[in-house]
Write a protein that binds this ligand. Structure first.
Ligand SMILES: Nc1nc2c(c(=O)[nH]1)N[C@H]1C(S)=C(S)[C@@H](COP(=O)(O)OP(=O)(O)OC[C@H]3O[C@@H](n4cnc5c(=O)[nH]c(N)nc54)[C@H](O)[C@@H]3O)O[C@H]1N2
Ligand SMILES: Nc1nc2c(c(=O)[nH]1)N[C@H]1C(S)=C(S)[C@@H](COP(=O)(O)OP(=O)(O)OC[C@H]3O[C@@H](n4cnc5c(=O)[nH]c(N)nc54)[C@H](O)[C@@H]3O)O[C@H]1N2
Ligand code: SF4
Ligand SMILES: [Mo]
Length: 719
């Protein structure tokens, strides 16, 4: 028996960036634990970290390139695969135009150092307008707000959780998600610490684990946060509570001029629609303003709703009007060791629009809610082929069933993924990268969003096998064939990039970054130093950064009231120009600590036990429809219906149903062996691709009108 070896790295599965300690004996992982000495996560992990071992060992994980021939998968060599894929892409684009090729980038790309640093060139080589990503089923509103206000789409301030004494949370459940646009490991303890200093208050249509831990929880009717936030701003102005503090001098125009925008939205007026009483709304604001270091934070529950962008703007405005931006304990900007903002576009919107529905691009990407129609609607620019890079849009984007049908008819589909999922099952080629433990890791993006500045780097635990490829190698190989180097100089520089790899780029980026030694290789934070610091380097608590931290040329915060508040017309027509609230149920999502979007469901330890894909319903609603706990119910929307078991709980607001996303693994042709028993249904067979946040094009995944019926009388189902 060989000696046990310890390996330290950051778990890349979610945004929390937990440090883990992996013990390897005889080439096998014998344990994965939280790294107690990690500079950021202090020993915290969740059950998913251990699934890194399952993922590495999973016999179902694809390890060789594959081509589908007459409906059967066959393996091929990398060179053969690259040649064939590129030939097919080129003939498709030659025949139908460049835009006939669509690209979808899924969430794991941002958790992958090599993909993040090296995917740009292949995307440019593909030269298509039809680029989509998980951004438009997620954080697009945050990018637009930061781009408009602070001048850079990635300049997103995060709650200073370690210093706030009053944490007001709208639409986030960090106890399940482990934090989002707030990279924070060990969030439970950190929230408990906030409570010791003051209060945690949660606004959510469901009494989640986070709400249970909080001092107060208020139900809100899904999709009506915008009204609550407008009323909160109304109270700020009406009760003379505006105090912009240190933020005041950074505005491009006086925010007091906005007062009259909110006069119409008194708490009394919005209360019946939102389900939150006027007294609660008023007290929430007064309480916030009487705390020493309060912060208002809104996340996914607020972003993916009909007024997601306006709501995120109002959240930012509220923080600014109470002096809580760039202030200790408030919303703070980070200072990451790799300054990826300097390397990326600041943002752009509406330079072109989607062909069929005319939805605006943001940062060169179109809203994914428009993907299916771009495939199915004939005409110039119609998408005829797709490349999926680490994504599963059939399960993760609205009206997934329609997209599934659209994918079937494509002339070409290529997936870069190590599983055959519900989307890549339609592929002609699958190019599988190595799994996370076989590559190096440095969190380029989530350090931009972390509650403490820190830097950690880990080499691959297992070197990649000779016949395996990293994501970045796959991307560069495609690019080299699509766009061969023009001369010797370019050939050499590409070879140099390949041999340097992500580590080479990181060496440069760290040196150029705010803690690096610049031209002096012996000074400052370097990759070498990180290699010698397996538990990472703490770079300190977040510090005020204005005005230098602003990206507008005038170094001012642009209020941009016109751009955002023009959407009030839509708010008024939705909520006030009709006969009140519709009768239907409203659907929301939910996350569980043992799931990760639509994948990791092949890890037995993460799916064992009772199925988690249930419809959570308030017992009063269930009673009215004669639904008992465990009964099969049918939930239907404009676009489709699903049948699943009901789970009754008063943690749900009445009139609201919750179904988790990422399930629905029952489709044939996939490789989810373990999940088969827990296939579940896809909630995105209910979400509606036509129901979007019109200001951004972001999908509406929360507050979807649905009907609910009992199926207990249906013998086919009860049998
Ligand atoms: N109804 C509803 N829908 C939602 C949400 C919701 O709350 N409700 N949430 C939305 C959100 S926030 C997101 S981010 C999206 C996520 O949606 P997607 O990004 O489309 O889907 P994932 O489930 O993350 O799919 C990840 C795929 O990437 C593969 N993968 C994992 N790691 C790697 C890697 O390193 N390289 C490669 N090449 N492949 C890899 C996995 O095998 C898997 O097939 O879902 C969205 N959909
Ligand atoms: N375990 C686990 N962790 C994850 C993921 C995962 O799938 N599983 N996914 C990762 C990803 S990609 C992301 S983006 C993050 C997301 O992380 P979070 O932003 O924390 O998202 P959720 O946990 O979905 O919490 C959203 C909350 O919003 C509530 N909500 C729904 N509709 C409304 C509404 O209209 N108004 C209000 N106020 N609240 C509403 C829901 O009930 C839910 O409690 O999580 C990440 N972490
Ligand atoms: S919380 Fe996220 S980063 Fe931490 S161990 Fe779990 S999945 Fe990994
Ligand atoms: Mo996400």
């Amino acid at each position: 028996m060989t000696e046990a070896k310890k390996h330290y790295r950051t778990c890349n599965l979610c945004e929390a960036m937990c440090g883990i300690e992996i013990t390897v004996e005889n080439e096998k992982i014998s344990s994965i634990k939280g790294d107690a000495e990690d500079s950021f996560s202090r020993g915290h992990i969740c059950p998913k970290a251990i699934a890194l071992k399952d993922l590495y060992e999973d016999p179902d994980r694809i390890r060789k390139p594959m081509e589908k021939v007459d409906g059967e998968w066959r393996e091929l060599s990398w060179d053969e695969a690259f040649d064939k894929v590129v030939a097919r892409i080129q003939s498709l684009q030659a025949k139908h135009g460049n835009d006939a090729l669509g690209v979808y980038l899924g969430n794991p790309n941002v958790h992958n150092t090599g993909s993040l640093l090296m995917s740009g060139s292949v995307l440019r080589a593909l030269n298509t307008k039809n680029k989509f990503s998980a951004t438009s089923v997620d954080q697009l509103p945050h990018h637009i707000v930061s781009w408009k206000l602070f001048g850079h789409q990635l300049r997103i301030p995060v709650p200073d959780i370690d210093n706030t004494d009053h944490f007001l949370i709208f639409g986030a459940n960090p106890l399940a998600s482990n934090g989002s646009i707030m990279s924070v490991a060990d969030v439970k303890q950190r929230l408990k610490d906030v409570r010791k200093r003051g209060k945690v208050v949660v606004v959510d249509p469901r009494r989640t684990a986070t709400a249970e831990l909080a001092d107060a929880h208020h139900f809100v009717r899904p999709g009506t946060d915008v009204l609550v936030l407008l009323a909160m701003l109304h109270v700020l102005f009406a009760e003379g509570l505006v105090n912009t503090g240190n933020v005041a001098k950074h505005f491009d125009q006086g925010p007091m001029s906005l007062a009259d925008k909110f006069t119409e939205y008194s708490p009394e007026k919005v209360a019946p629609i939102t389900g939150m009483s006027a007294a609660i709304i008023r007290d929430m604001v007064r309480d916030f303003c009487s705390a020493k270091a309060p912060v208002l934070y809104g996340r996914l529950g607020v972003s993916v709703q009909e007024f997601g962008t306006l709501s995120q703007y109002l959240i930012m405005l509220f923080n600014m009007l109470t002096g809580r931006l760039d202030s200790v304990g408030g919303l703070m900007f980070t200072k990451p060791a790799v300054d990826i903002l300097a390397q990326s576009g600041r943002g752009n919107m509406g330079r072109f629009h989607s062909r069929v529905r005319g939805l605006p691009e943001f940062n060169g990407e179109l809203p994914v809610a428009a993907l299916a129609e771009e495939i199915t609607t004939p005409g110039e620019g119609q998408i005829k082929g797709m490349i999926l890079i680490a994504g599963n849009p059939v399960l993760s984007t609205p009206n997934g069933e329609q997209l599934d049908r659209a994918f079937k008819d494509l002339e070409l589909q290529v997936a870069i993924d190590f599983y055959i999922n519900e989307s890549s099952r339609h592929a002609d080629f699958i190019l599988p990268p190595v799994s996370p433990l076989e590559r190096e890791h440095y969190d380029v993006i989530f350090n931009v969003l972390a509650v403490r500045d820190n830097a950690r780097y880990a080499k691959a635990l297992f070197p990649r096998k000779a016949d395996a490829r990293h994501d970045w190698e796959i991307l560069l190989s495609l690019r080299d064939r699509l766009q061969p180097p023009k001369g010797l100089k370019e050939k050499l520089s590409r070879q140099l990039l390949r041999s340097a790899g992500p580590a080479g780029l990181l060496t440069f980026l760290l040196r150029q970054g705010p803690y690096g030694g610049g031209l002096n290789p012996f000074k400052g934070l370097s990759l070498g130093k990180l290699k010698r610091s397996p538990h990472g380097v703490d770079l300190g608590a977040l510090k005020p950064a204005l005005p230098k931290g602003l990206y507008h040329r005038d170094r001012k915060i642009h209020l941009e009231a016109e751009f955002f508040l023009k959407d009030l017309a839509r708010v008024d027509s939705k909520f006030f120009d009709n006969d009140g609230v519709p009768e239907k149920f409203l659907l929301i999502g939910r996350r569980d600590v043992r799931s990760n979007n639509s994948w990791l469901h092949n890890s037995h330890r993460l799916v064992k036990g009772k199925s988690r894909c249930t419809a959570l319903i308030n017992p009063l609603d269930a009673q009215a429809l004669a639904i008992a706990d465990g009964d099969m119910v049918k939930v239907s929307s404009r676009v489709g219906s699903v049948e699943l078991a009901a789970q009754l709980s008063d943690e749900m607001m009445t009139g609201v149903i919750s179904i988790p996303h990422g399930w629905g693994h029952s489709l044939s042709g996939t490789q989810w062996q373990t999940a088969e028993a827990h296939a579940g249904v896809s909630v995105n067979d209910l979400t509606d691709e036509m129901h979007i946040d019109e200001l951004s094009g972001n999908a509406v995944l929360n507050g979807v009108p649905v009907t609910l019926e009992s199926m207990s009388m249906n013998e086919a189902v009860s049998a």
